[in-house]
Ligand binder design. Sequence first.
Ligand code: FAD
Length: 410
Amino acid sequence: SESNLHIVVVGAGQAGADCVNALRQQGFAGRLSLIGDEPRLPYRRPPLSKACLLGQAGVDSLGLRSAAAWEKLDVEMRMGQSVEHLDRAARQLQLLDGSRLDYDRLVLATGSRARRWTLPGGDRSNVHTLRSIDDLQRLLPAWQAGRRLVVIGGGYIGLEVAAAASQHGLKVTVVENQPRLLARVAVPLLSDFYLQLHQDHGVEFELGQGVAHLLGEPEVTAVELSDGRQLECDLVVVGIGSLPNTSLASESGLEVNDGIVVDAGMQTSDPAVWAIGDCCRHFNTFYQARMRMESVPAAQEQAKVAAATILGKAPPAHAVPWFWSDQYDVKLQMIGQPVAEAELVVRGDPAGGDFSLCQVQQGIIVAAATLNRTQEFVALRRLVGERIAVDAVALADPELALKSLLPSAV
Ligand code: FAD
């Protein structure tokens, strides 16, 4: 029976930590190991680009659970240990210290890593990425009012860093090679809103501009743009996306395609191996398509789904994906994936920073975003997630309570 199994989870981030917890909650009483290469207990990453940079949270406050709570879960924790090789035929892992560990069921939860600036200058000590507590601790000494910061990349992490920096008194320029911010993930109205919000806080932008060179030695002193202009700077933060950590899977012959390929139950083609979180490309039952997601809610959900299927239960369905971002005093919550062709319904006044956006297609809200409207977020998650029919004209009425569109509770 399952209680004789040894389940090993590799990667002690959000997904790995949630998975061992879910296995215990779902009744697994056997041997459970969690291996992570960072030398600390599992922690939350979102505050790294928010509260931590604003000086409002120390790294000690980021833990997902206390040492005592980990004790209680009865998990063999090997922190500061990296898994170097996976031998699927022998069902065995090789760790960096040379030791070996046998498993009956394996969960790969290795996350993703920040994409680095690979052109000359990217390895200078004042060029940063932000993925881990170590990265934050390298950045903080330079995080001083009056310093000139260039952020490369106008995605969520780049913009959160820019917001925190300008609030902290740094002089910030964001360089983005697309003509608008958040180009891949947000509708143009939202891009415009964030551009204005940042400009109101003194952040400068170079949109539609590539970076040609990072100049200066031993530290970067200027960023040269593709049109030849140079931006002088004291430090650079690179926020140009991330790459899934898939080497254990690929070297052991598992299918990898921008993520470790798994089914709706988070299982690979090897019946003893699962993959969850940022590192995987899963079959999402809400969208009926394979996709890779990089968010805390996705990691949490996938951890629970994997725990269920490891224990022989049917995989629960995936909910509509959602995501949040905090910049200045604006909380953004996004539901579903933006659809280019959909009709856009705006609720409230974008200029006031208190509004919602609904994308309507064939009488259904296919994606939505709320800004400082948490109550509407709760209703919209159901409207999108349950594909509830709505009238676009009625939806635009700011007096309409979105809750009233939900089927009444029985
Ligand atoms: P991770 O949390 O990256 O954990 C993977 C762990 O595995 C890491 O500790 C890694 O070092 C370890 N590992 C890798 N390979 C090995 C190996 N071979 N052996 C041992 N250990 C290994 N999401 C949101 O929803 N909202 C936000 O506002 C938000 N903000 C973010 C801000 C920042 C700065 C960052 C970096 C991310 C943010 N995210 C946010 C994304 C979210 O943090 C990730 O989607 C989530 O952490 C994914 O969890 P994971 O467990 O898959 O990966």
